[in-house]
Design a protein around this ligand. Structure first.
Ligand SMILES: [Zn+2]
Length: 330
């Protein structure tokens, strides 16, 4: 392969262009390409891999390659507790019914979920942090976690929008059906739930217990990592972490031990309030999340971003008005 890579620009003659209808080249390249004639070919030192990946905003509305459903920004970025609670609300329509259960996707089929649940009555659906728990008769509890790509769809039974592709799970009731796409976690076991911290969207949220768990954690860890730790508080993801820290005026880099109890409580209360408002109204207020370089709505200083923690989730913060630590020299 290496002898095919051209490091210096050179002229080559185009002798025809194959335009495959299935996979057209990027628009700018396609439009600029002559049918005949010379073109200058350069291979960059660093292949532009990032250009091959569309941003979530660019993907929005385009059909997903796996399930042919239109991409939706909020659902194809990591769902946070408010999204999961919203799904739980929509799934209530199936509660009380005996369901037909299918797991068309091969990776879901091996879980044995369909054979255990098919024909059983769904007794309840609840969101716990970022998990969805579906309680069936005979004490069976199905846990679903969407991670990055999973999503739920609730449709009229056998309605217009006949699906293409292979969903992980189909729950079919008398008049509605719920479909889980790309669901990477699907198991008949809720033991993982017992280790979770209190749900940020509980009504009311158990902030005392969250603070207690914060204090039991390593006090030299950054607060930005602690609020994403589902064993301390369940349901907060990257977006609400950034927004709650900004509202509480705490830098994500501050050590837990340097945040007094009253500030911890204020921070958790901000997260709970923002997420509750999002759940009730669908409104997602953003001051800093994905706003790097734009002015802070409070003080005008450009918002900064940087990966944080082992998972390198990107933190967004205002270096001027969010007090506490900032990362050391890079
Ligand atoms: Zn600011």
């Amino acid at each position: 392969m290496s002898n095919l890579v051209v490091r210096q620009p050179e002229d080559r003659t185009v002798q025809g262009v194959d335009r495959e209808p299935e996979r057209p080249p990027a628009r700018t390249a396609r439009e600029g390409l002559p049918e005949q004639g010379h073109v200058r070919i350069v291979v960059p030192e660093q292949p532009p891999i990032d250009r091959l990946e569309r941003t979530p905003d660019e993907r929005r509305g385009r059909p997903c390659r796996c399930c042919a459903q239109p991409w939706m920004h909020t659902l194809h970025s990591m769902p946070e507790g408010d999204s999961i609670h919203r799904v739980a609300q929509r799934l209530q329509t199936l509660v009380g019914e005996q369901l037909e259960v299918e797991t068309p996707h091969p990776r879901a089929r091996v879980t044995g979920v369909a054979s255990r649940l098919d024909g059983r009555r769904l007794l309840g659906v609840e969101a716990v942090g970022k998990n969805l728990l579906l309680r069936f008769e005979d004490g069976l509890v199905l846990r679903s976690h969407l991670r990055m790509k999973g999503r739920w769809q609730v449709l009229e039974r056998n309605g217009e929008s006949m699906r293409r592709g292979m969903p992980w799970l189909v729950l079919r009731g008398e008049s509605a059906e719920a479909i889980l796409w790309h669901g990477p976690v699907l198991e008949l076991d809720d033991s993982g739930i017992r280790r979770l911290g209190p749900d940020i969207l509980a009504d009311p949220p158990d902030i005392d217990e969250m603070v207690k768990r914060m204090r039991a954690a390593n006090q030299s860890a950054a607060i930005g990592e602690a609020v994403l730790d589902q064993r301390i508080v369940a349901g907060i993801g990257n977006m609400w972490r950034a927004e709650a820290l900004w509202r509480a005026q705490v830098s994500p880099w501050t050590r837990i031990g340097d945040v007094p109890d009253d500030e911890l409580r204020a921070l958790l209360a901000e997260a709970a309030q923002l997420m509750r408002r999002s759940l009730d109204s669908g409104l997602r207020e953003r001051a800093v999340y994905r706003q790097a370089g734009r002015p802070c709505p409070r003080c005008g200083t450009p918002i900064t971003s940087r990966g944080q923690g082992d998972a390198n989730r990107i933190a967004y913060w205002c270096p001027a008005c969010q007090g506490g630590e900032t990362p050391g020299a890079v």
